[in-house]
Design a protein around this ligand. Structure first.
Ligand SMILES: Nc1ncnc2c1ncn2[C@@H]1O[C@H](COP(=O)(O)OP(=O)(O)O)[C@@H](O)[C@H]1O
Ligand SMILES: [Mg+2]
Length: 372
């Protein structure tokens, strides 16, 4: 996949801007606050209908404006062009179209324009709470498995309804409708078994790619990733076991006013030499694992979708030594379109990027200049 051009209207600090991109490495160069990350956000917002920084379109609209517009021209590996447009007219009105055809759900675009983004916020993937890792894997698996995405959406709806019953009970003793709860848990057990099976299958694949990617960057320590199902049931086991687990935890759920068991509480953990990375990893170790996750993500998407993803790399070299950075740059130069932001060209060269021959765009307070 490539993105050839981008137009932004009232998107963050951009009133109106159009850019053309090169097929290989695109360097977005400018001072802090110049608007580099915003360009990556715009690309992400086209491909996934939302930014990697916020879910709120009101944050993305230029201050003082209601709404924004984006247009991107993508080209797949077979050379077919796809025009994606996002038009936000108000907090409630958002239109997304691909080749002028309006979409009715996000599922229609997820997985069509694969991107791998590495931004400072992604640090949370190894440093942050389990919820962040769940979101990451949900997003990843949703792109390659439409049924998984559908099941996630169903599960989220069931969970919301169940939590509303529990919450009302724990707040003011509103009696729980047992028939409704039981029906929700029947459905939840069915979807849980499906989600669990899909997670387990895909995670096995992902792990292989992850260990490979990590091994390319580091050979002293070994990385392991664990996927721990919150229900402690083995994937592939019949759904009545989930049903039973949900029945068994009902008392606790009523006391806590929330649903304590289920795939929404599954855990993904990374270990370096058997030590929990989150607790014991150094900054540099975290970053290296993060980069390996992103490489694995790219290869995972490519193998399932048959389409090389675009890499959006924001502040990639922070906390990385030159040796590792050079290796990363080299392994990325494998036919992917890459976006790299920088405030310092000398630093980019120092980390192994060519700069000359790549596409350089000078980003300056909303004014953009293309170079070569
Ligand atoms: N909704 C918005 N409207 C106008 N300006 C915004 C909006 N959101 C962020 N900005 C401004 O955009 C700038 C940040 O842009 P960003 O792309 O993150 O810069 P860079 O990545 O080059 O450091 C900041 O100056 C910020 O105040
Ligand atoms: Mg930035």
């Amino acid at each position: 996949m490539l993105i050839k051009s981008l137009t932004m209207i009232d998107f963050r600090k951009y009133e109106l801007a159009s850019l053309e991109f090169g097929d290989h490495t695109n360097i977005l160069y400018g001072e802090n606050g110049a608007g580099k990350t915003t360009i990556l956000e715009a690309i992400h917002s086209l491909a996934y209908t939302r930014s990697f920084k916020t879910r709120l379109d009101t944050d993305l609209s230029r201050h003082g404006r209601v709404g924004y517009q984006l247009k991107g021209l993508f080209s797949d590996h077979q050379g077919s062009d796809h025009e994606v447009r996002v038009k936000v007219e108000s907090a409630r009105k958002k239109l997304v179209s691909v080749n002028k055809k309006g979409l009715t759900s996000r599922a229609q675009i997820i997985g069509k324009f694969p991107l791998v983004s590495l931004t400072p916020e992604d640090g949370d993937l190894t440093f942050g709470s389990p919820e962040i890792r769940r979101l990451f894997f949900n997003k990843l698996l949703s792109q390659v498995d439409a049924t998984y995405l559908e099941n996630l959406q169903v599960y989220a709806r069931l969970l919301k309804q169940r939590n509303a019953l529990l919450q009302a009970y724990s707040n003011d003793g509103t009696p729980i409708d047992r028939i409704q709860l039981s029906s929700l848990d029947d459905q939840r057990a069915r979807v849980s078994a499906l989600l669990h099976e899909a997670r387990s299958k895909h995670i096995t694949e992902f792990k292989k790619l992850l260990y490979l990617a990590y091994g390319e960057l580091e050979d002293e320590k070994s990385l392991k990733m664990a996927f721990i199902s919150n229900t402690r049931i083995t994937a592939g086991e019949p759904e009545h076991l989930y049903r039973q687990a949900y029945q068994d935890s009902l008392e606790e759920d009523m006391r806590k006013g929330t649903t304590t068991r289920g795939p929404h509480r599954d855990i993904f953990t990374f270990y370096l030499d058997t030590k929990d990375l989150r607790k014991f990893g150094s900054q540099g170790e975290h970053k290296l694992v993060l980069v390996a996750i992103k490489f694995a993500e790219g290869r995972f998407l490519e193998s399932f979708l048959g389409e090389p993803p675009v890499f959006l790399l924001d502040d990639l070299f922070a906390e990385l030594d030159v040796k590792r950075s050079t290796m990363i740059v080299e392994s990325l130069h494998g036919g992917h379109q890459i976006f790299i932001t920088s405030t310092d060209l000398a630093d980019l060269r120092h980390h192994g990027l060519k700069v000359q021959g790549d596409t350089l765009q000078i980003i300056d307070a909303g004014k953009i200049q293309a170079h070569g």
